[in-house]
Design a protein around this ligand. Structure first.
Ligand SMILES: NC(=O)c1ccc[n+]([C@@H]2O[C@H](COP(=O)([O-])OP(=O)(O)OC[C@H]3O[C@@H](n4cnc5c(N)ncnc54)[C@H](O)[C@@H]3O)[C@@H](O)[C@H]2O)c1
Length: 395
């Protein structure tokens, strides 16, 4: 479907992500119907959207009349039949549960016209499987927004096994119309790009802590003050939610095996006590008095190139799986997690041989699959594609 034909939309699930996506669609001029299981949730979602639009008016980012017109473009219902009947596009943001998602897809499939594209905002689940719950797998794709959707610039557009290139092209265009930067995940790989690279970096840090090689604060101080990342890995895990980080970690382990062996000893005791991080007040850190203070004097405790090395290795796996391009991986990490640089750019700058050496040393020392160099990285180094210094690396 050409992007110009896309006019009427629906969003299933009006929670944290759904209401934000509905607001984005309405701001961009689309008619949106939000669907949820109760009027109460929908009313709350409308209040949040109104509050957010009022803030935009206050900050003079939009005019009052545009905010009112935006709000008027958003409709609510608990009926899929009503919401779906003449839409061109729907996205679901219901809870992360495959059976529920499949049910939502099958319902949307029966109520929406045949030409409509159906997307999922899932962070981890299989797009292919959701497509199979419909009679239009070619028009089912992933469209993974980041939280909060109105301020995070990134969207991962994910191709399921049955997704047509035309559908991907339309969703790339739609993301741009919503003011976002899309990156394309060409294969339905678990963790897509951002969560997969972040997952390995978390694991490396958790294992280093578990092995008493550095303290939690020392790792976070090094990552922040020496590495230039906006947050340390423990702080970021707390911020994301340890329950979510734990679930994503499990999915990555199931998908990729020992390379993503989770450090359960570190995270599971906190999960058991429902210490999920910022949202519950306590996780690795105590958040009850605000953001944790990461001591500056510990900035040398952890070698941040270890984080980079495993990130570069995972980027290499993504490229060798033909799931993503270096450019999209770098854009994803910079816009999705505010990394100061993408892993491929970083490797090109310091030398792919340096990254490979770091991985080999760590692999020799710890014998963990996480450090085992991806054959593609070894191949690049063997060919002399070392990065800037030889004129060719990932780029
Ligand atoms: N929260 C995040 O940081 C984040 C970021 C990116 C992606 N995601 C993904 O977005 C999706 C939604 O996450 P969320 O955090 O917005 O969840 P949420 O719990 O805040 O909202 C889910 C909403 O779906 C509604 N719902 C439940 N069953 C429904 C049904 N059958 N039909 C319509 N609505 C139904 C719930 O009532 C609720 O309002 C998940 O797949 C999640 O993995 C979340």
């Amino acid at each position: 479907m050409a992007i110009e034909k896309l006019k009427k939309t629906a969003v299933a699930g009006s929670g944290a992500m759904g209401h934000g996506i509905a607001e984005l669609l309405a701001i961009a001029g689309y008619e949106v119907t939000m669907i949820d299981i109760s009027d109460e949730f929908l009313t709350k979602a409308m209040e949040k959207i109104k509050w957010s639009l009022d803030k935009f008016v206050e900050k003079k980012r939009i005019r009052r009349e545009d905010a009112d017109a935006t709000l008027a473009r958003i409709h609510i219902t608990t009926s899929y039949e009503q919401a779906g009947k003449d839409i061109d596009f729907a996205i679901e943001a219901v809870p992360e549960n495959m059976d529920l998602k499949k049910k939502v897809f099958s319902t949307l499939d029966s109520s929406a016209p045949p030409h409509a594209i159906l997307a999922s905002n899932t962070s981890t689940l299989s797009i292919t499987e959701m497509g199979k719950a419909t009679k239009r797998p070619d028009r089912v794709a992933g469209m993974h927004f980041f939280n909060p959707p109105h301020s995070m610039a990134l969207v991962e557009v994910i191709k399921g096994e049955g997704t047509s290139q035309g559908t991907i092209n339309t969703l790339v265009e739609l993301s741009k119309k919503l003011g976002k930067t899309p990156i394309v995940v060409r294969k339905d790989v678990r963790g897509f790009i951002v969560n997969r690279v972040l997952g390995t970096v978390f694991n490396e840090a958790f294992w280093a802590y578990q092995r008493h090689e550095a303290t939690m604060q020392g790792i976070d101080a090094s990552v922040k003050y020496t590495g230039g990342f906006p947050m340390g890995w423990f702080e970021l895990a707390d911020f994301v939610g340890l329950d979510i980080a734990y679930d994503v970690g499990k999915i990555l382990y199931e998908a990729y095996g020992e390379r993503f062996k989770p450090c359960s000893e570190i995270i599971y005791p906190l999960i058991k006590e429902r210490k999920f991080g910022q949202k519950t007040g306590v996780g690795f850190y105590d958040w009850t008095k605000g953001r944790p203070r990461i001591p500056f004097n510990l900035l040398d405790e952890y070698d941040v190139d270890r984080s980079w090395a495993v990130a570069v290795n995972e980027a290499s796996w993504l490229i060798s799986d033909d799931a993503a391009d270096p450019q999209d991986i770098d854009t994803g990490m910079k816009l999705g997690t505010y990394w100061p640089s993408g892993p491929c750019e970083y490797a090109d700058r310091v030398g792919l041989d340096m990254m490979l050496k770091k991985l080999k040393d760590l692999y020799a020392k710890y014998n963990m699959e996480m450090y085992k160099p991806c054959p593609l990285l070894e191949d690049y180094v063997n060919k002399g594609h070392l990065g800037k210094k030889t004129g060719r690396g990932f780029y």
